[in-house]
Design a protein around this ligand. Sequence first.
Ligand SMILES: Cc1cc2nc3c(=O)[nH]c(=O)nc-3n(C[C@H](O)[C@H](O)[C@H](O)COP(=O)(O)O)c2cc1C
Length: 446
Amino acid sequence: MMNLIMMPNATGAHLGGWRHPDAWSDTVMNLGHIVEATQIAERGLFDAVFLADGNAVREMDKPALFAANFPSARPAGFEPVTVLSAVAMATRHIGLVATSTTSYDEPYAVARRFASLDHISAGRAGWNVVTSQYAGDAQNFGRDENYARDERYERAEEFVEVVKGLWDSWDEDAFPQDKATGRYLDPAKVHRLNHVGKHFSVKGPLNIARPPQGHPMVFMAGQSDRGRELAAKHADAMFAAGDSMQSCQKAYADIKSRMAKYGRAPETLRFLPSIVTYCGETEAEAERLFEELQALISPSLGVHYLSKLVDKDLSGHDLDAPLPDLPEKVASGTSLRTYLIEGARRDNLTIRQCYQRALSSMGAPVVKGTPAQIADTLELWFRGQACDGFMISNPVMPRSLKNFVEMVVPELQKRGLFRKAYEGATTRERMGLPTPGNPRLAAAAE
Ligand SMILES: Cc1cc2nc3c(=O)[nH]c(=O)nc-3n(C[C@H](O)[C@H](O)[C@H](O)COP(=O)(O)O)c2cc1C
């Protein structure tokens, strides 16, 4: 069965989305919208919602871009575990996945937050492990520079192992709470971690009973070789950033083939590319929404954002002239930069056309059309081993999410690709993921 995840961010996934007449207009620190978006996704039987996160307001070092105003600079957003704890109280079945970094946090604190969320939500919590790429995050945590990638991943690896070890602190039946005998806990069923490693020293135990899912789900989104290796070892689900079915098929085969050496079966990691959908009753309606949104990206935002993406100030240039020649490689080069420059050369794009292409989805595939056309694409990818499901990005909130839930979900259900009701007790069970057993029971059984 296909898995579906979505981001309940009220400003929408398109950079112009928050300006559209159908978009919510009061999105700053609005808990009600996050709750409502999650409830709509739950009506559509989505597996989970996912909140991305970082620890800094972005782009303040690029004043022209910052002034061009766009919500993805994250000037105002809730701390995700806190807000999902509130969302848990207004929903019953949908999974709740929040991002926390391993570079600027402590494993004990992270283990505690997600174990709490798992109890609060009765087995629906997930941790999206990130190592933080952004230097601005470092500057809020006592460092001028971010750690280099290898160092970040070395720390992340130890971090994740400590967190998982802490989740195993208590056996399932450690708290008899027997009023008659006065036995509240069973001291034989608590285990100290006693971890001493290069980055962390953590005695344990965690002061939280074993989480309902055994371990909250672990998501990852690192796309580098180290990121994929960490995911192959530890992740239950992986977000992907492929720009085409072919690139996702390659990444899918790669990540699944890395798992055997960690004793893991390929189906125990769900591979979920991001995809942006524009759904209409007709193709023309879907196209119209797309064009309306494109028109809402101001030239100033377009040029300054594109300048950032290609690492060259384009602000003095004629917008209707071709994208100037740019060096193939730069230190800060990303795959999105390469994709943009190659595409601009191939298709003879002007600067305006180039930013319109880039900013419409940030490199994620865009699928436009009727419910049947969108379902055709999702089915093709799913059956073609490009993915196990999708992270659905909604350009305008709540319109795009409602369209997906009301039009595309029934089409997927009709084809037998998606559930017709929630089953299972926890999100792990609903997503087809194994529940980690108690390591001591497993050892005793051996
Ligand atoms: C769908 C998706 C969601 C992501 N969410 C976050 C996030 O919330 N916070 C963050 O710092 N990075 C996030 N990232 C970035 C990744 O964690 C990772 O740093 C990036 O893909 C580069 O890979 P690397 O770290 O292995 O170099 C996300 C990436 C993707 C594809």
